[in-house]
Write a protein that binds this ligand. Structure first.
Ligand code: NAD
Length: 378
């Protein structure tokens, strides 16, 4: 079968869905691979490396003749309209927000696998692209904050005096938050963190952070290890209890998210006003509504406070800011999913009795297979 790897058309997206290493795996499994010229250049992978891995290069890929398309961002309507019936697509499909795209995939008779839907079970860890990209994003958030911070992060004891370590606060301790904690610790900061899930205290401590216990009446665990949205009164109480911790922090990284919902608002404008001048807040959730009031995706917002300003960094395309390694991990996640579905001689034949395959399937044989998405479209 033929696998196509295209240049991601969305501006600002620098990742590629397959690196030369992933292509070599596809070729070894018997697939014929075509890579669009320049597909990996923004991520640091040259055309020649794909050719060496066994791919053919094409200026543009004739989509009507491909069997499998691997992609990073959700496919656009024009692309979907060119796919042959029965084509298989694998990539981020944003089923919670791209309802028209999902409906178009189903109408076209495409079998679409959405990386967001891969079950978060041990067996599927090697395919879990949400995790691999969150890891990149969490690491990067701390670096973005550190670069703007007018002070050191670690403790320095010098002949000219002692510089205390910076206090870093991480709000939301999922994959990205835990990586932010680890990165800030490596840089020598004093790190504390908070999350609503009951399991997170141990996870935060295992990364070397100090967990902040808020006196909310109960944790907010939902199915699949995710958090559920707090009711308005509990969200108010949460902000009230967080305010003194926010005021004390020098650098804050916020990563809180609820799948399929806007990001919870954890920091209000008045909480920002309580911070010291020079403090930095990096909001990883800026693109999905923002954990921080006033955050703008892709922008630094300077909020005047007494004696200076607090900078709110609105992260945008976070994983794409480190495209080489983000693509390396993402490409391997996708290649592992392909390998799970590969039969002898380069044939991709999904076994829908497999819980990972069935769970990741968004559309198949003209229907939307993911029930919550089907219900949202209906
Ligand atoms: P996510 O990106 O959906 O959300 C980020 C974090 O925000 C979560 O930890 C969530 O609890 C937190 N959050 C939501 N609302 C909040 C609020 N109001 N205040 C503070 N924090 C809030 O999360 P994720 O990184 O995808 O992880 C979700 C779960 O999946 C976790 O339990 C994680 O351990 C689990 N997980 C399992 C696997 C696996 O088994 N293969 C892999 C990755 C993650």
């Amino acid at each position: 079968m033929k696998i196509a790897i295209r240049r991601e058309p969305i501006e600002g997206e620098r990742r590629v869905a397959a690196t030369p290493a992933a292509v070599a795996q596809y070729v070894a499994a018997g697939y014929a691979v075509t890579v669009q010229k320049g597909a990996g250049v923004a991520a640091g992978y040259a055309d020649a490396a794909y050719v060496e891995a066994g791919a053919a290069l094409a200026a543009s890929i004739p989509l009507s003749k491909v069997d499998v398309v691997v992609h990073v961002r959700p496919l656009d309507a024009e692309t979907i309209g060119k796919l042959p019936k029965g084509a298989i697509t694998i990539g981020f499909a944003s089923p919670a927000s791209e309802l028209d795209g999902v409906a178009a995939l189903a109408a076209r008779g495409v079998t679409a696998f959405s990386l967001e839907l891969i079950p978060r079970i041990s067996r599927a860890q090697s395919m879990d692209a949400l995790t691999s990209q969150a890891l990149v994003a969490g690491y990067r958030c701390v670096l973005e904050g550190a670069m703007r911070f007018p002070r050191f992060l670690p403790l320095f004891m010098t002949a000219a005096g002692t510089i205390p370590p910076a206090r870093v606060l991480v709000l939301g301790a999922g994959v990205a938050g835990l990586q932010a904690i680890a990165t800030a610790k490596r840089l020598g900061a004093k790190v504390s963190a908070y999350d609503v899930r009951s399991a997170s205290a141990d996870e935060v401590q295992s990364m070397g952070g100090t967990f902040i216990h808020l006196d909310l009446d109960a944790a907010a665990d939902a199915a699949g290890g995710y958090a559920k949205e707090l009711a308005a009164d509990r969200a108010d109480r949460q902000r009230e209890l967080l305010a003194p911790h926010v005021a004390e922090a020098d650098l804050i990284v916020t990563t809180a998210a609820i799948p399929g919902r806007p990001a919870p608002r954890l920091i209000t404008a008045s909480m920002v006003q309580g911070m010291a001048p020079g403090s930095i807040i990096v909001d990883l959730a800026a693109e999905t509504g923002g954990n921080v009031e006033g955050a703008k995706p892709g922008e630094d917002v300077l909020v005047p406070v007494t004696g200076g300003a607090v900078t709110i960094v609105g992260m945008k395309d976070a994983a794409s800011t480190m495209p080489f390694d983000a693509s390396r991990l993402l490409g391997q996640n996708i290649a592992n999913l392909v390998a799970l579905m590969t039969r002898e001689g380069g044939v991709l034949a999904p076994d829908f009795d497999d819980e990972v395959v069935a769970g990741a399937c968004l559309t198949h044989e003209g229907a939307v297979r993911h029930e919550p998405t089907a219900a949202a479209i209906a």
